[in-house]
Design a protein around this ligand. Structure first.
Ligand SMILES: *Cc1c(COP(=O)(O)O)cnc(C)c1O
Length: 382
């Protein structure tokens, strides 16, 4: 090993976060208190969303979105195979069926053309789960054209802090519902945690009740102040107040961190520019902002494993995001449209370290190790 271990992602916890959590823990209500609403208000302010509903994780937020959108047994949702399992599991949780589709080679986000073809071949679908992969905001308008009238659930777990032509991910003009994750590798963290945003009052109400046992605390015919009704299916998917305090505190630095991530990306791009063995990830279109949860490069398929192992041996915590979903046993029976772009991507992808506290010399170290490993084998042998 040369130098300290560099993970592919790392949270940043500062003094302000510690005091915010300590204050929350000193309060009488450490869950179901005021700090959950404070976080929701802060996310609404940040994204411009009409509603923000805190959840215990990105996964439970996606479950809430699938339920709120009315999906259930017999429903079909289109999902790209290039994502984390939760994007498809949220459909299965409500009894709906994922149907896998390809991504667009220019963005690695779900392909509008593949959606259009799939709908033409198999008939109408009930939802599209669109991932803003690596933090590049998915183009929602093209999805609306490809599948008119179909609810779009954006898996925005990579993309908090990004925007499409000035419209923040999770805000107006985006998907019907957007889910975020506050897992420590994501852009901000609460340990575990998540958030759903929407413009739609009815979706918001269903998602809010779903988080808390399907409870309606304002029944029309209350027997007394204790009364409540249970009006729909629900779970306990609450976020605690001390987690909310951490996320709210982290949110204060969201812009700064996304900017830092973009600076790290620029450094990688400069240093790797023109290298015939390295394909750089797509950048955000002019006027939009990439949140850069991940920085995925592609190397010649024949060298990927050796380069991956070599980088790990050099103390560089690379990853592969993701094993395509159709390769997992659980999803092997799911209907799928051909996914040549995901398959090609998967042969050659490596996620390089990407987090806001990375220094220029960390980026240089990753690039020089990558270059060293790529130069070890003549091109013809790759
Ligand atoms: C992290 C992630 C999730 C799940 O979020 P958790 O908070 O870990 O439950 C879902 N989808 C994608 C694309 C993710 O990266």
């Amino acid at each position: 090993m040369t130098g300290e271990f560099l993970p592919y992602g790392r949270q940043q916890i500062e003094e302000a976060d510690l005091s915010a959590v300590a204050a929350a823990l000193a309060d009488p209500l450490i869950t179901q208190g005021p700090r959950v609403r404070e976080l929701e208000d802060a996310v609404r302010e940040r994204t411009g969303a009409a509603h923000a509903i805190a959840y215990s994780s990105g996964t439970s937020a996606l479950h809430g979105a699938a339920f709120a959108c009315g999906l259930g047994p017999g429903s079909v949702g289109l999902v790209p195979t290039l994502t984390f399992a939760a994007s498809a599991n949220c459909l299965r949780y409500v009894g709906a069926e994922p149907h896998f589709v390809d991504v667009d080679e220019a963005t690695f986000n779900v392909s509008p053309a593949a959606i259009e073809r799939t709908v033409a071949e198999r008939g109408p679908v009930d939802a599209v789960v669109a991932v803003s992969f690596a933090g590049l905001p998915v183009g929602v308008e093209a999805l609306r054209e490809a599948a008119p009238g179909v609810p779009i659930i954006e898996d925005g777990c990579h993309a908090l802090g990004g925007h499409r032509a000035g419209r923040p991910v999770g805000g107006p003009g985006g998907a019907d519902m957007t889910a975020f994750s506050f897992h420590p590798v994501k852009v901000i963290t609460s340990g575990e945690g998540g958030m759903l945003t929407t413009e739609d009052d009815e979706l918001a109400l269903r998602a809010r009740r779903f988080r808390e046992h399907g409870m309606d605390r304002n029944p029309a015919h209350a027997e007394g102040p204790w009364a409540y009704d249970i009006v729909q299916e629900g779970y306990n998917y609450r976020l605690t107040d001390f987690q909310s305090a951490l996320a709210t505190s982290q949110l204060n630095r969201l812009d700064e961190w996304v900017e830092r991530r973009n600076e790290v990306a620029v450094a990688y791009r400069e240093l790797l520019d023109g290298d015939p063995d390295v394909e750089l990830p797509p950048a955000a279109p002019e006027g939009s902002l990439h949140a850069y949860h991940l920085f995925v490069v592609r190397v010649p398929a024949g060298s990927r494993r050796r380069v991956f192992e070599g980088l790990r041996a050099a103390g560089i915590g690379v990853q592969v995001h993701y094993v395509p979903l159709d390769r997992f046993s659980l999803f092997s029976e799911c209907p799928r449209h051909p996914t040549p772009e995901v398959d090609r991507y998967y042969e050659s992808a490596i996620s390089l370290p990407m987090f806001p506290s990375m220094r220029r010399e960390d980026v240089e170290r990753v690039v020089s190790e990558l270059r060293r490993l790529l130069s070890e084998v003549p091109t013809g042998a790759r």
